[in-house]
Design a protein around this ligand. Structure first.
Ligand code: ADP
Ligand code: MG
Length: 401
């Protein structure tokens, strides 16, 4: 079998952990498999490197930032190759560009366009264990690019797809995908199998165990993912097609996102074109608007509420300054959280909304905004009730049993 494995930052956090990872790899190699291993930077490294760049310039050139950040993963890939060599195995460390990963030119958030597989395939033919630096590639104009936070997950899935690997194993610091973040609720249970669609929702709604873009790509390329713990040998979570999942609970998991902020535009003119103008100017600045609620107009005025990533607050303040003339006030609220329940079973069961809102009511938690899709319900609530809401919903839907 050809197996692509990915090890996250904690799993390669120091030399003894890198030795532990090397032993894991060797045991898989010994069973007659070929291996391509993607590694993250040692935990804390990326932030440290970014700190250097922003110390020198608060708005550093992104092309150069990418070169600086990419070194974190390159260091780990070669350290792991050194550890494998010591155990008596042929291993080579490759940067993203040396591994043939080609991206677009969007520095700090590049997309993978294609993978030139000859380089890796040649090493595999010569029985090398290939260790690839995650999170990075090379743009068509020759510069190093990075894929954004969590990007090593994407590197692993893209390589697994391009190399037609039999399996993509994502090793992290928990046993797999849980019914909710085990750090928030210690009653969270590990899920054995989950569909791409549910995992994509959970990842997009705050479960950082997998990068949402990697799940999307895995579904498209039909890559089977298993998330596992690098610190034990437990069976992980299989992420696969819906058809392969027999047991379909109504609710599969609960996600929490604390990185959103709410903007309220109060008493804006209630006439055609206002919302279009507002959201076009935000879109032009690449601000990703998530939930939107507009109240029914009264006396020619209305309120528009929406959420954006917290990191875009300063930028949206600037944009909304131009908008003030036609509105009474613009309010910003950073103390919010988005709690979401996700499950395929919602498609065919009624009463999920009433049970969810009832659970919030019982805890005395006010819901500020709601949005739904076929397989999820998201609610914006006060930040201070975030964990309480997660635990209450987790137990209301018997996810702890
Ligand atoms: P890595 O560095 O290995 O990529 P991450 O920190 O990105 O690891 O992701 C693993 C973390 O994701 C876990 O430590 C856990 O706290 C968090 N997490 C959030 N939601 C979930 C979930 N539903 N299941 C498992 N882990 C989750
Ligand atoms: Mg991660």
């Amino acid at each position: 079998m050809l197996i692509v494995q990915k090890y996250g930052g904690t799993s390669v956090g120091d030399c003894s952990r890198i030795e532990n990872v090397a032993k894991k790899i060797v045991s898989v190699k010994e069973q007659g498999n070929s291996l391509v291993v993607v590694v993250s930077a040692m935990s804390g490294e990326t932030d440290k490197l970014l700190g250097f760049a922003t110390y020198l310039n608060t708005l550093p050139n992104e092309r150069e930032v990418d070169k600086v950040l990419s070194t974190g993963e390159i260091v780990t890939s070669s350290l792991l190759a050194i550890a494998l060599d010591k155990l008596g195995y042929k291993a080579v460390g490759l940067s993203g560009r040396a591994a043939g990963i080609i991206t677009d030119t969007a520095h700090t958030k590049a997309r993978i366009d294609k993978v030139n597989t000859e380089i890796i395939n040649n090493y595999l033919k010569e029985d090398y264990i290939v260790v690839v630096a995650g999170f990075q590639g090379q743009s068509i104009d020759g510069h190093t690019t990075t894929l954004g936070r969590g990007g090593s997950d994407l590197s692993a899935v893209a390589l697994a797809g391009a190399l037609k690997a039999d399996l993509c194993e994502i090793y992290t610091d928990v046993d797999g995908v849980f019914t909710t973040d085990p750090r928030i609720d210690d009653k969270a249970r590990k899920i054995d199998k989950i569909s791409y669609d549910e995992m994509l929702e959970l990842a997009s709604l705050g479960a950082k165990v997998l990068l949402n873009r990697s799940v999307e790509l895995a579904k498209k390329l039909n890559v089977k993912i298993i998330t596992r713990n690098s610190f034990n040998d437990n069976m992980g979570t299989l992420i696969t097609n819906e058809e392969e999942i027999m047991e379909k609970p109504i609710i599969t998991g609960i996600a929490l996102d604390k990185n959103q902020a709410r903007i309220s535009i109060v008493n804006v003119d209630d006439k055609p074109g206002i919302a279009a103008e507002l959201f076009t100017s935000l879109a032009n600045a690449n601000i990703n608007v998530d939930m939107i609620v507009q109240t029914i107009g009264r006396d020619g005025k209305t309120d528009i509420d929406f959420t954006i990533p917290k990191t875009d607050i300063a930028l949206s303040k600037r944009i909304l300054d131009d908008f003030k003339h036609s509105t009474q006030s613009v309010e910003f609220d950073e103390d919010i959280a988005k709690v979401s329940i996700v499950g395929l079973g919602m498609k065919s069961h009624s009463g999920v909304a009433s049970k969810t809102f009832g659970t919030m009511a019982k805890e005395g938690i006010n819901i500020m905004m709601i949005s739904t899709s076929e397989i999820k319900i998201s609610m914006i609530i006060d930040l201070k009730y975030a964990e309480l809401a997660v635990r209450a919903l987790h137990s209301a839907y018997d996810l702890d049993k």
